[in-house]
Design a protein around this ligand. Structure first.
Ligand code: NI
Length: 173
C-alpha cells in the first residue's frame, strides 16, 4: 500500500526520528509500503519521516530502470565514517518536488545498520549510494538538502514549494 509523501514546508519533516527497538512484521510491512511508495514516486531513497512516521527507517534502491531491482532496507542507520574527500551530486528529494541543487558531501561513508531481517550489518558506500545514504540519514535528523545552501537560495526554493503546495490544493478543491 502506497503512502502519502509529506512536502516541504511541513514541520514534521524537521523532527528527529526515534530508534527502532524491534524488527517485527509490522515494521517489515512499513518498509514494504515505503519501498512501493518510493518506486511509484519514483525515487531512489525514502525515509519513514517523509510518510509521517518518526522512526529511524530508510529504504534505498539506486538500480537503473533497465536493471534488476536491488532494494536496501536500513533500520537505525548510523554513519561511522565519512571520507575527507568530497563529491558533488545534483540532489533532489521526494519531499521537495521539482527542486534540485548541487550538494557537496563526503565521497565515501561507512554505515552500521540493522537489515530487513533484524540482522546487524555494515556497509561501505561510495558514489551515488554514499550520497543517497547521507541524504536519507539527514532526513532522520530533520535535515533537508536545502539546509546546505545559502539562505537566499534556500528561501527561494521554499517560496516555490509553498506556491506548488497551494497549486495542488487548488486542484483538489
Ligand atoms: Ni529526500
Amino acid at each position: 500500500m502506497t503512502k502519502r509523501i509529506l512536502l516541504e514546508p511541513d514541520p514534521i519533516l524537521r523532527k528527529k526520528c526515534q530508534p527502532i527497538e524491534n524488527v517485527d512484521d509490522e515494521l517489515r510491512k512499513l518498509m514494504k509500503d515505503m519501498l512501493e511508495t518510493m518506486y511509484k514516486a519514483p525515487g531512489i531513497g525514502l525515509a519513514a519521516i517523509q510518510v509521517g512516521i518518526l522512526k529511524r527507517v530508510v529504504v534505498v534502491d539506486i538500480s537503473k530502470d533497465d536493471q534488476e531491482k536491488h532494494p536496501l532496507f536500513f533500520v537505525n542507520p548510523e554513519i561511522t565514517y565519512r571520507s575527507k574527500e568530497t563529491s558533488v551530486y545534483e540532489e533532489g528529494c521526494l519531499s521537495l518536488p521539482g527542486q534540485f541543487a548541487e550538494i557537496e558531501r563526503p565521497a565515501e561513508c561507512h554505515l552500521k545498520y540493522i537489515d530487513f531481517n533484524g540482522k546487524e550489518k555494515e556497509l561501505k558506500a561510495d558514489g551515488l549510494l554514499s550520497t543517497c545514504i547521507q541524504h536519507e540519514v539527514d532526513h532522520l535528523n530533520g535535515v533537508l538538502f536545502i539546509d546546505y545552501l545559502s539562505k537566499l537560495k534556500k528561501d527561494m526554493i521554499i517560496k516555490k514549494l509553498i506556491k506548488h503546495k497551494k497549486d495542488i490544493e487548488r486542484v483538489i478543491v
